[in-house]
Design a protein around this ligand. Structure first.
Ligand SMILES: *Cc1c(COP(=O)(O)O)cnc(C)c1O
Length: 226
């Protein structure tokens, strides 16, 4: 079915489905060449998600400058410098060490970079992300309070890759509950205001939106299988 629908049709049908909800679409363009991103851009997409630094930089260089670039994949500290001049949102912050490096590179670039803490919610073993306890500890830490070139604007999570709708829904719900709890319990700080909740991909975004997602990260449902 996807093959007979165009990128524009897929984008518009997903965006129509988001009307009246709190969620915005991040079009996940990883592995696709710039021509494909240009097609999505011409259809109105302005927020693109990439999971590799080099790939994102290469595309940023050749595409229009009004695109918002979101880094959604694991980020190594030594690569932050390449994206600091232009990245709009980093979804995958999973340590204070990484946050400090983002702060350092953002200062060099004369910017403040928005970040999400990646929290693991899936039952399956994952290498990346913080537990809720670790995320809470980071959010409350004095060291975070001293960083002036980053802003924590929310949380990101990935549900289990399972056919069980109930399990996926429960995982999204647990992240939304944690998000709501942190929102009210955090001390007021200029660099930490939680309003973005990045959850939902091609296979599960309707559930994520129903559970309160504000950013869905959708690739294959727009661009086809990778
Ligand atoms: C690839 C990727 C997505 C998009 O996955 P699809 O199933 O193609 O929609 C979303 N989030 C992250 C972190 C990804 O790496």
């Amino acid at each position: 079915m996807l093959s007979i629908m165009s990128i524009a049709e897929n984008l518009h049908s997903i965006e129509n489905g988001l009307q009246g909800t709190a969620a915005r679409l991040v079009a996940v363009t990883k592995t696709h060449p710039p021509e494909v991103l240009r097609e999505a851009y011409d259809a109105g997409a302005r927020v693109f998600g990439e999971n590799k630094v080099q790939e994102m930089v290469a595309k940023w260089e050749v595409l229009p400058k009004d695109i918002e670039w979101h880094l959604i994949g694991h980020l190594q500290s030594n690569k932050v410098k390449y994206i600091a001049p232009f990245v709009s949102l980093i979804h995958s912050v999973d340590s204070l060490k990484l946050l400090k490096e983002i702060d350092r590179q953002a200062e060099k670039a004369g910017r403040v970079i928005d970040c999400l803490l990646q929290v693991y919610i899936a039952m399956e073993e994952t290498k990346f992300g913080l537990s809720m306890e670790e995320a809470e500890e980071l959010l409350l830490s004095d060291e975070l309070a001293s960083l002036e070139h980053i802003r924590i604007v929310g949380l990101m999570g990935m549900a289990s890759n399972t056919d069980s709708e109930e399990q996926v829904r429960a995982e999204f719900r647990s992240l939304k509950q944690f998000f709501d709890r942190m929102k009210v319990s955090l001390p007021v700080r200029a660099n930490c205001q939680l309003y973005e909740l990045s959850m939902g991909m091609s296979g599960d975004y309707p559930l994520a939106v129903a559970e309160g997602s504000t950013l869905i990260r959708v690739g294959s449902a727009i661009f086809g299988a990778r």
